[in-house]
Ligand binder design. Structure first.
Ligand code: SF4
Ligand code: SF4
Length: 299
């Protein structure tokens, strides 16, 4: 964020040790992601499903898929070695709420073993309303929602389909449902007192100017941070299905948008889009040192 101290005292108290929200905490506290949620219920046009969810993680990366039991072993191994571990996040490789049973089991097992680790999760929001009671009970006090539009006309250019209530929806109807469910997710999270950050992917000529309206709406609905991430469209990541040839925003375009939004919901500018299995302080990634083949069967 531009200046963490701009946050209200009660919010700052909750986020000050959280490397995702506090630039200062980035230097002193470590975060860890475990990739336990393989499936996704929507298709973003910029996502190549061979890789991790591009909404919260660095695109083009394949994380080590884990079962909840493997995730628990890995978290214990990391906590034994990395004394500053403060946050465990689940951000994919698909959608953490769609694969809810795996996400829930992982958090429950880790909470029993290491009660002082904080939890956060990242989701596209479509299925969040179905698990809000569990989220509130588990004391997950930070959630990231990816919201790229508040207008289904624009959404139809970003999302070719969604899977909802046992049915595949396409076109404008798909985006209308996704939009309504994302707004419901924001309302429910606010109602339960759960801090919500919104991520938006800036896609030139598709939603770049529209993100001003997204910012206004998510602020009104209670998001405490809005993180604008540039589309990363590297050919090495494969085809961007509906966005073939889509260019990335330039650094100047990103900065210009962030500056325009600076008076709205607090902006987060320090995010480096970690891998979905990142481990360590910001700027270091010790994920490879903790791959499952290096973790003993019993700890
Ligand atoms: Fe969270 Fe981004 Fe920081 Fe990674 S770089 S810990 S995803 S804020
Ligand atoms: Fe890919 Fe994430 Fe979008 Fe699902 S929500 S399609 S995993 S970027």
């Amino acid at each position: 964020m531009s200046d963490a101290k701009d946050l209200a005292d009660d919010i700052w108290e909750k986020v000050k040790d959280h490397p995702c929200y506090s630039e200062e905490a980035h230097q002193y506290f470590a975060r860890m992601h475990v990739a336990v949620a393989p499936a996704c219920n929507i298709q973003c046009n910029y996502c190549n499903r061979k890789y991790d969810c591009a909404n919260e993680s660095r695109p083009g990366v394949v994380s080590e898929r884990l079962t909840p039991e493997q995730a628990l072993r890995k978290v214990i191994a990391v906590a034994n070695e990395v004394s500053q571990l403060s946050v465990l996040g689940i951000a994919g490789p698909g959608d953490a709420c769609y694969d809810w049973e795996k996400t829930k089991e992982t958090f429950e097992q880790v909470a029993k073993a290491i009660p002082d680790v904080k939890f956060c999760l990242s989701t596209n929001g479509l299925a969040l309303a179905d698990c809000i009671d569990d989220i509130a009970k588990m004391n997950i006090d930070h959630v990231t929602l990816t919201i790229n539009m508040v207008d289904p006309e624009i959404g139809a250019k970003i999302y070719p389909w969604i899977f909802f209530e046992n049915k595949r929806w396409t076109g404008r109807e798909a985006s209308r449902i996704l939009h309504e469910r994302q707004m419901l997710a924001l309302e429910l999270l606010k109602e339960r007192g759960i801090l919500t950050k919104v991520n938006s992917v800036m896609i030139p000529n598709i939603n770049d100017t529209h993100l001003l309206e997204v910012n206004r709406v998510v602020k009104e609905k209670g998001a405490f941070l809005h993180n604008i991430m540039p589309l990363i469209s590297d050919p090495a990541h494969g085809t961007h299905f509906g966005l073939t040839g889509q260019r990335e925003p330039s650094h100047q375009e990103l900065m210009a948008l962030q500056n325009q939004l600076a008076d709205g919901t607090k902006l987060m500018r320090h995010c480096r889009q970690c891998r979905a299995d990142a481990i360590g302080l910001l700027g270091e990634d010790r994920g490879q040192a903790f791959s499952m083949d290096k973790i003993p069967e019993t700890l």
